[in-house]
Design a protein around this ligand. Structure first.
Ligand code: DGJ
Length: 348
């Protein structure tokens, strides 16, 4: 019997398998799984805790605390990742490896780095919370780079508006103006400060919100500003709360819970509210950290689309969800009881 049909079959089968393999590989499902280990394109858990997102064109850059176990314990690190879909992240590099800032030694604390891009000076300006062991220094530090994923050079540290500053948050308004939100313990509240023209300082106080909160985040949605924060319970989660105002300067409403109190913000703490504007819809993503203080490298990310509008903001229970950044449409795949009610709420 001729071997030809067998050979032909083998060739066709290999081609089909190859094609299938290619299709399966090419079609990466864009699903975010809050609370699960989130791997980068190397298959390594993403190290971008207490992070922030900078959007440049169609690319999102995610900067955050790199707490890798392999890090030199005497240095403090910030890692940079990029993505086109907010789901699949390409690891760039550790853009900051800081040792002995301000002579603080190996106990220095670097938290919540955020990168702004200044279009006038064409400079990337990283803000971060710099502190001494025991959190007594309470300053922001700045490092800059001309390249988004370049080596950021340490510039200085200071107390914005001459106030103690611990957790910081980043906000860029629709008109491009940039703000720092920072927690001030002595005055028991959040300051919102406009950055100076070159972003190398804060220029002026825009608002003081008298509520002792940290993990500050802001979003501007349908003409209203929403500010979000957590209570002061260290690494332990607590019920995060939000307020709204027609202007960044206020007046701010009283704070309300973003999720059922007993859920403790689904064991997470606010870090940023990311607005994804698509051609069909706008989704606001809650970016939170589920901290593991003893194994910080294993802290997880809780990202969920919030149900927002009419001065209300609700965080659905974590559940896998899909995001299409082009259309801006988010879809929760396995709605839980809370998530289902949050989706219903989206229609008004
Ligand atoms: C809460 C802050 O939000 C975190 O960034 C970190 O500073 C912890 N406190 C440390 O306890």
């Amino acid at each position: 019997m001729s071997q030809r049909p067998l050979l032909l079959f083998a060739i066709v089968a290999a081609a089909v398998l190859n094609w299938y393999g290619h299709v399966i590989h090419a079609e990466k499902p864009s699903v975010i799984k809050p609370g699960e280990v989130w791997l980068d394109d190397r298959g390594v858990p993403i190290q971008a805790h207490g992070g922030g997102i900078l959007q440049l064109g169609k690319t999102y850059y995610w900067f955050g605390e790199d707490r890798s176990q392999s890090n030199d314990p005497e240095k403090r690190y910030v890692a940079c990742y990029s993505s086109k879909d907010l789901v699949h992240w390409h690891y760039h590099r550790q853009v900051l490896a800081m040792s002995n800032p301000e002579g603080l030694g190996k106990g220095a604390i670097l938290e919540r780095p955020k990168v702004f891009y200044n279009r006038t000076t064409k400079t990337f300006v990283m803000y971060m919370h710099l502190d001494s062991p025991g959190y007594k220094l309470a300053r922001v530090a700045i490092a800059t780079s001309k390249i988004v994923d370049g080596d950021y050079s340490y510039v200085k540290s200071f107390r914005p508006l001459n106030q103690e500053s611990r957790d910081i948050g980043q906000f860029v308004d629709d008109d491009g103006s940039a703000y720092l939100i920072f927690e001030s313990r002595p005055t028991k509240g959040f300051f919102i400060a406009a950055l100076s023209a070159d972003y190398m300082d804060v220029d002026r106080q825009v608002s003081f919100i008298p509520a002792p909160l940290e993990g500050g985040a802001i979003v501007h949605y349908h003409g209203l500003y929403y500010v979000l924060g957590s209570h002061l319970t260290g690494w332990r989660p607590n019920p995060n709360v939000y307020a709204t105002a027609p202007s960044l300067a206020g007046p701010w409403t009283t704070f309300r819970d973003i999720a059922p109190v007993e859920a403790n913000t689904y064991d997470s703490q606010s870090s940023m509210l990311l607005k994804v504007v698509g051609n069909k819809a706008t989704t606001v993503v809650y970016m939170g950290d589920r901290w593991e203080p003893k194994t910080l490298w294993d802290s997880r990310y809780v990202w969920m689309p919030v149900d927002i509008g009419d001065a209300k903001m609700t965080l659905p229970a974590p559940s896998p969800w899909r995001l299409d950044v082009k259309s801006g449409v988010a879809q929760i795949l396995v709605p839980t009881a809370h998530a289902a009610s949050a989706l219903v709420g989206e229609s008004h």
